[in-house]
Write a protein that binds this ligand. Sequence first.
Ligand code: FNR
Length: 180
Amino acid sequence: MAKYGVLIGSLREHSFSAGVAHGLVKGLPADAEVTYLEIGNLPFYNQDFDADSPASFTEFRAQVAAQDAFIMVTPEYNRGLPAVLKNALDIASRPWGESVWDGKAVLPVSQSISGIGGALANHTLRQTIEFLNMKIMTQPEMYIGNTASLSDDEGNITNEDTKKFLAGVASQFDTFVKNN
Ligand code: FNR
């Protein structure tokens, strides 16, 4: 049984990114332990806090440390990564030498209401998680495009082919996690 942490790079109530994340989670084995990590209430990272971190940072780092693997689903904001997700990555990467991302498996996923599927945000995310020495499942590349047309107004994926695709990739990721 593996423990999965899910991070979503959008705080929007009816987020399509959240819908994609839920679609992926449905493909994990029934005994997988899944935790949606709350990142929207974390203060901005400040290196001055490394010596004496706020409780929210300490708790978040402990939550990250407790997971075996991560599913990260993000929209693209202005051709980059939303600040809320980058902030969470930075917080759990410090203090220097104590990163709790180190060596953990990760599935990076982007989505967009446009056709290019948030590819630039996906690669911005990859740049950081690679530096953090995470074990990235590099294929298939997960750029989910035209998400609005695949989802209902509440952000749930409704397209049957997309549902099957997401569940299949999650199952593949579970195998990757168990073999790495
Ligand atoms: C966007 N969007 C967007 N889309 C894209 O493909 N490339 C981009 O660079 C941007 N930039 C951007 C900036 C900001 C501030 C917003 C709010 C939106 C559109 C984006 O893909 C769309 O709003 C998604 O639905 C956002 O994801 P969630 O919130 O539905 O998960």
